[in-house]
Design a protein around this ligand. Sequence first.
Ligand code: B1M
Length: 229
Amino acid sequence: MSEDQEDFDLNDLDNKELVEQIQDDLYDGLDEEVAEGVEILLGRGIDANDVLGDALVGGMKVVGEDFRDGILFVPEVLKCAAAMKSGMVLLRPILAKSAIDISLGKFVIGTVKGDIHDIGKNLVGMMLEGAGFEVIDLGINNPVENYLEAIDEHKPVIMGMSALLTTTMPYMGVVIEEFDKRGLMDEVHVMVGGAPLNQEFADAIGAPAYGRDAARSAELAAAYVEANR
Ligand code: B1M
């Protein structure tokens, strides 16, 4: 380690510099540094949502662009994802702290078959917990059978699917078709989300709800429950 690096202290940076430093550290896959930076910002009283949006999601945006342009490859992006998660672990208890006494019910969420992206799904899960839902996370790569089993076992109010690839998002339509065949669309509200989706796609596959981002999804889900109590 060079003398410069040894002397470098994240505490010396102002908030704006620290956000940029966290973005750089996330890009370089430095999980300990990302976690330290997040801790410092929280310790300075910065809102957890701002830390998430500016430092972590902001950093991942740059990663996504360079991944798309062939500057970063899968092994590097995996490290970035791990670094992002090291920051999310610290935000989770704050974002997920139950804001409401009465549970809004169960929300099952999972990434669809063929897709292993889970950062966005995990964020949505955190926000839902914060809004008052009990979240059952099915993880990644879920075939329709997993969603069906989860409905049977947990009787959720809402079932959420996430997809990050244009090649996996049509599978959401397959799941909805199966639900429809089994008469489940009246029993469970379905929400879909993920970067390549939009309202038009959600409408086309017959999804009753489309969540644009984590915060909006939690608001939509809570509003649905309130309206149907
Ligand atoms: Co992937 N990947 N990736 N990747 N990866 C994308 C998605 C891509 C856009 C990158 C790019 O080219 N710019 C591109 C997809 C292109 C396309 O389909 N058109 C892509 C590709 C091509 C691939 C591979 C095929 C690469 C390869 O192998 N050649 C491969 C596929 C693997 C597979 O799934 N079968 C692959 C692999 C990976 C990694 C494993 C390396 C890693 C995932 C690690 C992990 O998740 N644990 C990875 C990552 C990290 C990305 C990018 C860089 C970042 C995704 C992310 O976490 N974003 C991504 C580029 C990008 O999106 N800019 C990319 C941050 C997150 C907070 O946002 O997930 O959008 P997001 O979630 C948001 C909203 O979308 C919404 O709320 C969230 C929070 O606000 N939301 C929901 C999400 N789910 C929701 C569900 C809801 C409601 C809202 O209701 C239930």
